[in-house]
Design a protein around this ligand. Structure first.
Ligand SMILES: [Zn+2]
Length: 580
């Protein structure tokens, strides 16, 4: 015969006045007693502020865990009380001591809806209504309506109380909550193994040492800072194992041991300045200055003064004499970026420095000796500039004695992942943020994107990702790429929703199957291709021909043929004779 019983709420009310008589205020000692447990009478608002601060400083999930465990402890204490006080009562009556204590303590008014329990068999089902939930009301007050239940301390209490009372783990969940905008909270409790998703709640009951986590994070920051400092020899941008990068790096390494003028070639953002700096820092001049100047960024009429210095009164605005970049780099290295933009007059003076090691300030007479190692860089074709008469050929040959071509990022795809990892570490340390890495989709986007801005673009996007991704999560595509527009998604192989599109070879194999299976003819495939290319180029045949990789006359011929013999889309169309 089962012991399961359902009793009316009123039955348990009897012991309510008994409980109240257990509260003792002891003015002499400054203590409040509930039976033999010391209690505190605390301002609800102060407690609510503490709860808010926990959430603000630790985040919702950690605060939830902490408060759940705190409630659990109270529940366990009250279960002890229930056991000692209710020795003569039935199981159900004894159990109701807990809900009554919860009410008496001012936390929440508990009304029993359904309660079935059998202590010896370990059966339990409890459903209760919570009115005037302290926690739900204050949570709403501070944080507004929440999407999930918020009475964490109270749920912890119910779990702790019932588990201790039953001698087995009982898990409660709020199925309605005042914090979610419901009129009341309603809770259901069952043994843990009767909840399918119990594992999702387990972590709230496990103590976590936040201090330990903080220490681990601090250690990580120190390690990262050190590793960044160590990499100063070889910065995060100088990572790579691709043959193209290794070749460039080998050339650079050989140049560090001599004084030869180096010309760095490569697209914008490939890291020309990093190469120049590395050359300087690994060479004999490392202790002297490294001075960089972008020739394209200085107005033509000021570039000579900037490079070679100026004497007071040399021109309007030259109010004081000052040294140029060459003098400032004396003993060290001068990096001239975008040297193709240097005006011809300045080119002549530059040649003189390279040949004689001498400069003259603008408006000055004195010849000054300088010892500067020159590293120049350009992303334009200097030979072409020479042909056009815009660049001195003697200077070109002088600079071109030792050139290093730095490959664009799209030609060193295998370096993208290690570079991305390096930048991630760098920016996490810089922004004091912990990021778990990249999502698979983000990794794929990094690998498939064309990187027209090269390493600089990669670096900027990863910094953006580090800033935008929530702490502890992985960087997603949209954290790095501001919007998945049509162009970018084409490059990523992503559709408009940012999801991975079917790979091209799948589309290709579908087409093959269609032709081989007889649903389409080769001519139909060709016709589709031609029509699509003409559509895409808005009727411009030359550009359509370029897309298709044929000449314009070839395209015109094929189109004419199509018009003369309109293709039947019907698979049963008779095979056409082969055109000569
Ligand atoms: Zn609630």
């Amino acid at each position: 015969m089962t012991k399961l019983r359902i009793v009316a709420n009123a039955q348990a009310e009897a012991s309510n006045s008994d409980l109240r008589s257990q509260v003792h205020f002891c003015a002499q000692t400054g203590q409040i007693w509930l039976h033999e447990h010391r209690m505190l009478l605390i301002h609800a608002q102060a407690q609510a502020l503490l709860r808010k601060e926990l959430i603000d400083t630790l985040g919702m999930a950690r605060a939830q865990g902490l408060l759940t465990r705190m409630g659990y402890e109270s529940g366990v204490r009250d279960a002890e009380l229930a056991r000692t006080m209710a020795q003569d009562l039935s199981d159900i009556e004894a159990f109701m001591t807990g809900p009554q204590l919860h009410t008496l303590e001012g936390i929440v008014k508990v009304t029993q809806i359904r309660l079935e329990l059998d202590r010896s068999a370990g059966n339990f089902y409890g459903e209760f209504l919570w009115e005037n939930s302290w926690e739900g009301q204050w949570h709403r007050h501070f944080f507004g309506v929440h999407t999930e239940p918020v009475c964490w301390t109270q749920i912890g209490y119910a779990c702790g109380y019932t588990s201790a009372f039953m001698g087995r783990a009982i898990l409660y969940k709020e199925v309605e909550c005042a914090g979610m905008g419901n009129d009341h909270c309603r809770i259901i409790g069952k043994p843990v193994d009767e909840w399918e998703d119990a594992s999702e709640y387990a972590h709230f009951f496990n103590r976590e040492s936040i201090a330990e986590q903080l220490i681990a994070l601090q250690t990580q920051v120190v390690e990262l800072r050190t590793s960044i400092a160590e990499k100063k020899g070889l910065p995060a941008d100088m990572v790579g194992n691709s043959p193209a990068f290794r070749a460039a790096y080998e050339l650079l390494r050989h140049a560090t041991h001599n004084e030869i003028t180096v010309l760095l070639l490569g697209e914008t953002g490939v890291g020309k300045e990093v190469f120049a700096r590395t050359l300087h820092e690994h060479g004999a001049r490392a202790k002297a200055s490294f001075v960089a100047i972008n020739c394209a960024a200085i107005p033509t009429d000021l570039v000579e003064a900037e490079l070679f210095g100026v004497e007071k009164g040399a021109y309007t605005g030259a109010q004081a004499s000052r040294a140029g970049r060459f003098e400032r780099a004396n003993g060290g290295t001068l990096f001239l970026d975008e040297i193709g933009d240097l005006p011809l007059a300045a080119q002549a003076k530059l040649l003189r420095v390279l040949q004689e090691g001498e400069i003259e300030r603008v408006g000055g007479q004195t010849v000054r000796k300088v010892s500067v190692r020159l590293v120049a860089a350009t992303n334009v074709d200097l030979r072409l500039k020479v042909k056009e008469g815009k660049f001195r050929s003697d200077l070109y040959y002088r600079l071109n004695a030792y050139q290093i071509k730095i490959p664009p990022l799209r030609e060193r795809k295998e370096d993208i992942s290690p570079l991305a990892k390096g930048f991630l570490e760098k920016y996490c340390a810089l922004h004091g943020k912990r990021i778990a890495g990249f999502t698979d989709k983000a990794k794929r986007a990094l690998l498939t994107y064309a990187w027209p801005g090269n390493i600089r673009e990669l670096q900027n996007m990863i910094e953006r990702g580090v800033i935008l991704a929530p702490v502890g999560t992985r960087i997603e595509v949209h954290h790095m790429f501001s919007s998945i527009d049509e162009r970018a998604s084409d490059e990523f192989g992503l559709d408009a929703h940012g999801d991975l599109r079917q790979p091209v070879h799948d589309v290709g194999s579908e087409l093959c199957e269609a032709v081989l299976g007889g649903t389409m003819t080769l001519d139909q495939v060709e016709a589709m291709l031609l029509e699509r290319a003409v559509d895409k180029s808005h009727g411009n045949l030359s550009s359509a021909a370029r897309m298709l990789g044929v000449t314009r006359p070839q395209l015109a011929y094929r189109l004419r043929r199509l018009q003369e013999e309109p293709l039947s889309r019907d698979s049963a169309a008779p095979a056409k004779p082969i055109q000569p």
